[in-house]
Design a protein around this ligand. Sequence first.
Ligand SMILES: NC(=O)c1ccc[n+]([C@@H]2O[C@H](COP(=O)([O-])OP(=O)(O)OC[C@H]3O[C@@H](n4cnc5c(N)ncnc54)[C@H](O)[C@@H]3O)[C@@H](O)[C@H]2O)c1
Length: 359
Amino acid sequence: MTAAQPIGVGVIGCGEIAQLMHLPILHELPAFRIAALCDLSAEVMADLGARYGVAGLYRDYRALLADPAVDAVVICTFDHAPVVEAALKAGKHVLVEKPLGFTAAEARPLVALAAATPVVAMVGYMKHYDTGYRLGVERLAALGRPKMIHVHDFAGRFDRYPALYTQIRGGDVDPARLAAGRAEVEARVKAMLGPAHAAYHDLHMTLLMLGSHDLAVLRGAFGTPETVHYAAAPGPTHVMALLGFPDGVPALVEIAFGAQYEWWDEWIAVHGERAELRIEFQNPYVRNTAATVRIKEAAGEGPSERTLFGAPDTAFRRQWQHFAHCVATGAAPETPLAGGLADLELAEAILHALPERRA
Ligand SMILES: NC(=O)c1ccc[n+]([C@@H]2O[C@H](COP(=O)([O-])OP(=O)(O)OC[C@H]3O[C@@H](n4cnc5c(N)ncnc54)[C@H](O)[C@@H]3O)[C@@H](O)[C@H]2O)c1
């Protein structure tokens, strides 16, 4: 591949997020060419292969990694760590969907491997590339030292928005294979939780599948919190944690899965001495939208509130543009694997700060 040639991307795991976001965006951006597909379902691959004109169809990701037309991979399977490891060892550039892994222990060697491999390796924290989020982070500097940070993610209905797009689901995947994969992950998570916190498996999954985005946007704006002062679990997929930054600023994080809101309920609010700023995210499945930024501040001797809008764009698309830039220039990605590891470590620290609850 030369700088002028499109980057050949192999898509590993062709389910919902690959079909709704990665495939159409890769198809559309001239910097990329969809070089190969891999999924457990031959039905899904045949359909998508015909739709996107892709000849390289694989049931085993190792075979895709041996394809010389593949310069880079996007990993959209359930279990990411073994695929990231194999892709880095094969010398491919990597975009891995969040979370980087299910435990910090499995993610740590991946960070070391990526550092020793001359490829671009980044985590798919697309909210980092959201124009509204970036606008909000830019405006944060004017608030001075925060008195308090508040991160909230109750999400909303997940069934409405995927229905906006055509999706192919295969009926030809062996359920025993899927169950075996899930059991293997559960064993790793169980070992990480330990017997005293064994009952928090579902909470851990909520923290990773939903909350890792929120830990990442908090880290993107303020760095990594160093302390977990307090954590509580009001429900099996509902967690609250009070975190502390090295300069003493507290951050309250609350994440819950399962709300049936018709709106998308995910925001980060920063309370300063004289002003307040809140970045509100849009439903991630909706293309060409961006977060909004609400600022409350003084207007003379009275209060004022204004809303700034991020430029309409798709965060997943901007993420791919950044990936292409890093591949072309050798620049370090803004969402490297090390950030994915930091979020896993924080998620585990939150879980271990919860009251003991055995299975
Ligand atoms: N960035 C985001 O906002 C966002 C949104 C949704 C999902 N995701 C992430 O994307 C990943 C996939 O989520 P999804 O909703 O698309 O799930 P999904 O179940 O719809 O798709 C997963 C696909 O991977 C395939 N697969 C599983 N194991 C495989 C293997 N070993 N080899 C090849 N193919 C395999 C399955 O057949 C399935 O088609 C998850 O890790 C999730 O966290 C991210």
